[in-house]
Design a protein around this ligand. Structure first.
Ligand code: IPM
Ligand code: MG
Length: 367
């Protein structure tokens, strides 16, 4: 029997509630498909800070390195908001991304037909939206040097971060963008700020050069401010978007809300080819820790469950099983079951556990 090792890092807030549900869904897949999962729990984020004094203990990093894939919840929360940069829960996530070189972040933002009314945008605008944001994840402002703050004798200060990219960093994520677009509707929008930033000029030059290897994909360059506007004005214009780290952070949150709720959206952070047949990857719901609803059992587990589906698809090369999980989610939604976040007035009555039970049953029904 094939057995896959999955590092399970629930982290903080609702991460602790939704990740166990995603592992239950994977267990149902294992039973149906005749494979095995070894789930190994690791501490990360605020939970790790409290227990060990660091947001990414070395034991967790080792666990991640030795796993076929990583299932990640969310990190952060008001409790640690005052902490200095290096002692913040978010550092744990950034360190995993960097240490494992997870440079390509795939964030689908799709408006599910039965959830159109949950979107804050008009039906005529969002209907049919199906976007994949490919965000560069290990470069740019997040990691560029020099960085830091200097304090002046007069009481003033100056802080800097650096947006730096090498052509190699741009090229590899651009290729992911083209590859993804090729498997979708073969349209790629590369987003930059080339009218102002030299780093964006290099980005544009490199992406344009790589485009020659993908004559079947239509490339357009879009300025980031214009893209932010177009996403709410005409989201159906976009198919695949590739962009640098900070722009991708901002635009992917904006794209997420088109889908009605962040509670629906998974993500995959991919590095180079790894042990599971596919890329070494970290799979994470986009919604974050949601401290306002943590601990109440009402969080939507679908983003975590769809992240588990991406794990099957990208790290374990098990597209058939991934399809089954995605189909199960659609069926449960089609039958009208809703958590609070995916109803227009927050009227949904299904809790975290109940929603997962329904999805597990629909997964089981397909084997
Ligand atoms: C995200 C988050 C992270 C980021 C934070 C938690 C460090 O906002 O994954 O989009 O900025 O990348
Ligand atoms: Mg973000």
């Amino acid at each position: 029997m094939t057995t896959y090792r999955v590092a399970v890092l629930p982290g903080d807030g609702i991460g602790q509630e939704v990740i166990p549900e995603a592992t239950r869904v994977l267990q149902a897949v294992a039973k149906g498909a005749g494979i095995g999962f070894e789930f190994e729990q690791g501490l990360v984020g605020g939970a790790a800070l409290d227990a060990t004094g660091t947001p990414l203990p070395s034991a967790t990093l080792t666990l991640c390195r030795e796993a076929h894939a990583i299932l990640f919840g969310a990190v952060g929360g008001p409790k640690w908001d005052g902490a200095p940069q290096e002692q913040r829960p978010e550092r744990g996530l950034l360190a995993i991304r960097k240490e494992l070189d997870l440079y390509a972040n795939l964030r689908p933002a799709r408006c599910f037909p039965m959830l159109v009314e949950a979107s804050p945008l008009k039906r005529s605008v969002v209907e049919g939206t199906d976007i994949m944001v490919v965000r560069e994840l290990t470069g740019g402002l997040y990691f560029g040097e020099p960085r830091g703050v200097e304090y002046f004798a007069d009481g003033g200060a100056r802080a800097i971060n650096t947006m730096a990219y090498t052509s190699r960093e741009i090229e590899r994520v651009a290729r992911v963008g083209f590859d993804v677009a090729r498997r979708r509707r073969r349209r790629l929008a590369s987003v930059d700020k080339a009218n102002v930033l030299v780093v964006s000029q290099l980005w544009r030059d490199v992406v344009t050069k790589i485009a020659r290897d993908y004559p079947d994909v239509t490339l357009e360059h879009v300025l980031v401010d214009n893209c932010a506007m177009a996403l709410v004005h005409k989201p159906t214009h976009f198919d695949t978007i590739v962009t640098e780290n900070t722009f991708g952070d901002i635009l992917s949150d904006e794209a997420a809300i088109l889908a009605g709720s962040m509670g629906m959206l998974p993500s995959a952070s991919l590095g180079l080819a790894g042990a599971g047949g596919g890329a070494v990857g970290l799979y994470e719901p986009v919604h974050g820790t949601a401290p306002d609803i943590a601990g109440q059992g009402i969080a939507n587990p679908i983003a975590a469950i769809l992240s588990a589906a991406m794990l099957l698809r990208y790290s374990l090369d098990r597209a058939g099983d991934a399809d089954r999980v995605e189909t199960a989610v659609l069926r449960v939604l089609e039958k009208g079951h809703r958590t609070r976040d995916i109803t227009p007035a927050g009227t949904g009555t299904v809790g975290t556990r109940q929603m997962s039970d329904l999805i597990v049953r629909e997964v089981e029904a397909q084997y």
